[in-house]
Design a protein around this ligand. Structure first.
Ligand SMILES: CC(=O)N[C@@H](CCC[C@H](N)C(=O)O)C(=O)O
Length: 373
């Protein structure tokens, strides 16, 4: 596959974003692309909507590389000729590039025997509910037991040609947050006969803002973001129900515990204050992404020696990534790949620069070519 073929492949992925565990067309496109490669040293397996491809190398020592597959429920707002064909869904987190880069590497190693064996893991549902943990728990990777594992994530804030990471903690612990408030609705003109769940939810969202500023150690870090607030049915009907949906991010498990305790206390306060009932659901939780120190130092040294890329030391980010579960099972690392977009991750206008694809394929192929089993 030449540069142009990779760009066309990325555009095909971009047009068919699918949500977690619904990546049927995406899986089919991966399988078709892999099917067109030289099969001599490939073994292809599927797991739910994911795909795993083993490449036999000169040694049985196995290095895994992971690409996530799902899109987000975001209505694309670009005018690109290859914009999403799926109403209300978009590859707004770069997983279209992640898969293309993995397939570009796979294409290269299907023609050039790698020094170690390689395992390409196309993982569903990174944005939620999380595919890495159930994939590990299913035991599908056990027969290959990778000794190392790598992954990248695009970074719209970095110029093309930049690679960035750090040893140790890279990404935060996460927990989703869904809270339903249930009370009594009524006529808009008779507020005293009802208890308005729109007002209750509004108070709750405002009170939440005190957790990070007043309850978390200022030398630690936490984020509580509410991305969705829903309630009511009509402008002149007092709402009997409201729902807030959000996410919690922390750099330590202590801070996560503290934030959850405070959310529970504030929710209880709303129940008492508004004579309503509230239920909390923490949805899916991801552990932090912790890069292996020795492997990361080796990757940084390799990257710094490459004239085609510029290496930049990263700081921790409050982003979440279920790749963290793979790194608990196998040592490895995640790194940022600069794609230079004026609009950030999860933005409906995200437009990564496609030159980053070939650059990443070449960087990772050279990196894996110098590994010893
Ligand atoms: C890289 C990235 O953007 N990852 C997502 C992971 C989301 C996990 C979960 N659905 C949550 O919202 O907590 C992120 O938003 O950081």
């Amino acid at each position: 596959m030449n540069d142009e073929a990779l760009i066309q492949l990325r555009r095909k992925f971009h047009q068919i974003p699918e949500l977690g565990f619904e990546e049927y067309k995406t899986q089919a496109l991966i399988l078709d692309t892999v099917g067109a490669l030289n099969q001599e040293r490939l073994t292809v397996t599927t797991w739910r909507t994911g795909v795993i491809v083993k490449v036999d190398g000169k040694s049985p020592y196995t290095i895994a590389y992971r690409a996530d597959m799902d899109g987000l429920p975001v209505q694309e707002e670009t005018n690109l000729s290859y914009r999403s064909l799926h109403e209300g869904a978009m590859h707004a987190c770069g997983h279209d590039l992640h898969m293309t880069i993995a397939l570009g590497m796979l294409n290269y190693f299907s023609e050039n025997e790698p020094p170690t064996s390689l395992l390409f893991v196309f993982q569903p549902a990174e944005e939620g509910p999380g595919g890495a943990k159930p994939m590990l728990e299913s035991g599908v990777l056990d027969k290959w037991k990778p000794e190392e594992m790598y992954a990248l994530h695009i970074d719209p804030n970095l110029p093309v040609g930049t690679i960035s990471t750090k040893p140790g903690l890279l990404f935060a612990n996460t927990s989703e947050l869904f809270i339903d408030f249930k009370g009594t609705g009524g006529h808009a003109a008779y507020p005293h006969t009802a208890n308005d769940m729109v007002v209750a939810a509004a108070h709750f969202v405002t009170q939440l803002q005190s957790i990070v500023s007043r309850n978390v150690d200022p030398l630690d870090s936490a984020v509580v973001t509410i991305g969705v607030i829903k309630g009511g049915t009509k402008q002149n009907v007092i709402a009997s129900g409201a729902r807030v949906e959000g996410t919690i991010r922390t750099l330590s498990m202590d801070a996560m515990k503290k934030v959850k305790q405070r959310i529970e206390a504030l929710t209880h306060g709303i129940e008492v204050g508004f004579s309503c009932e509230a239920t909390i659901d923490y949805g899916s939780n991801y552990c932090e992404v912790n890069n292996d120190t020795v492997l990361t130092q080796a990757f940084i040294a390799f990257s710094e020696a490459q004239s085609a890329v510029q290496f930049v030391h990263a700081k921790e980010a409050m982003t979440g990534e279920d790749f963290g579960y793979f790194l608990k099972a196998y040592p490895g690392l995640m790194f940022w790949l600069g794609v230079d977009s004026s609009f950030g991750l999860h933005d409906a206008r995200l437009n990564p620069q496609e030159e980053a694809i070939t650059l990443a394929v070449e960087h990772m192929c050279s990196f894996l070519n110098q590994k010893q089993g």
